[in-house]
Design a protein around this ligand. Structure first.
Ligand SMILES: [Zn+2]
Length: 314
């Protein structure tokens, strides 16, 4: 019998699921609310309901991307700041019990799943090693070295947002200061706009969620203050890219996430800065690409997690 894999991407708002064949063809898709902020038991209910919808598919394994730190071997969700009441939660055990099926379940960090998705089927296709940067609420990422997701010695790798680019900079949720996430993320845009006397006034009516889009509109209308914020955003992103490229000598950097919608407003400065800071050998052949799969990357990457969990392609 041909194998099928179910990949699930848990977000703050939605859970997206996708079934692919062993050859990578999408066979089905579904979406439901996650209600992650209402706690882990509500999330597990929603998740189980979604999986039940695929009961007739006969999937060989389930891969799940979760916004948090996971212990892959034991299937434990160690920590997830955006899912209430969650610390060392036995995720795969609880889910298997709930769905009452013997289908193996594998978990992975959500940003790592997105990186795997882009690597195998999106902008990173054909590369050997790749860094994915996800510009969303925070600055997330994933690292693929020699075809394998690099998860680190303790499963923590890919926390790209906490590269320090200014030790005296704004405080970061992780406890440090001046992490790149405090300059290049949705949270950063919010801080920068609210601290800017002119922009604060121009965007006073914008909800936090809508701020990046509104700021992009202003910049496209040639507002100089808005243009300058996106320029700095690009420059700081370029600094981050150069740090990663100088250390890892990876030739493909893929940039995705909601804020990549403002691509043309920041990518020029980002490339300019990366070009200045990357050392000769590291910068030769470097390609910085825009992510190609959008919201699909996470669920697709989770399908690959299911596949490699069963001992398929890494
Ligand atoms: Zn930090």
């Amino acid at each position: 019998m041909k194998r099928k894999f179910l990949g699930i991407d848990i977000g703050g708002t939605n859970i997206r699921a996708k079934v692919i064949s062993g050859e990578g063809t999408t066979l089905g898709e579904r979406k439901t609310r996650s209600d992650a902020r209402m706690g882990i038991s509500r999330l597990m209910e929603n998740l189980a309901g979604l999986i039940e919808g695929f009961a007739g598919e006969g999937v060989s394994a389930i891969g799940i991307g979760i916004p948090g730190i996971v212990d892959r071997a034991s299937g434990t969700l160690v920590q997830a700041p955006n899912i209430a009441n969650t610390r060392n939660f036995p995720f795969t055990e609880a889910l298997s019990e709930k769905i009452g099926a013997a289908t193996p379940v594998f978990i992975e960090n959500d940003a790592s799943c997105a990186a795997l998705g882009e690597y195998r089927a999106g902008a990173g296709r054909g590369s050997n090693s790749m860094i994915m940067i996800t510009l969303g609420t925070g600055f997330g990422g994933g690292i693929i070295l020699d075809g394998r997701l690099w998860t680190g010695e303790s499963g923590f790798a890919g926390e790209l947002g906490h590269m320090t680019i200014n030790p005296l900079g704004p405080p970061c949720a992780g406890g440090g200061r001046g992490c790149i996430e405090t300059y290049v993320s949705q949270v950063a845009i919010k801080r920068i706009v609210r601290e800017h006397p002119e922009l604060r006034e121009k965007l006073a009516d914008a909800e936090d969620e809508a701020l990046p889009e509104r700021l992009a509109e202003l910049a496209r209308e040639k507002d100089q203050a808005a243009i300058s914020v996106w320029n700095d955003f690009g420059t700081n992103l370029g600094v981050g890219i150069s740090i990663l490229v100088n250390i890892l000598d990876v030739k493909t950097v893929v940039v995705g996430g909601g804020l990549s919608g403002a691509w043309e407003l920041f990518i020029g400065k980002a490339l300019e800065e990366a070009e200045t800071r990357c050392l000769g050998g590291a910068k030769r052949g470097l390609q910085v690409k825009r992510a190609a799969l959008g919201d699909d990357a996470g669920a697709l990457g989770a399908c690959y997690v299911a596949e490699s969990g069963l001992g398929g392609r890494p």
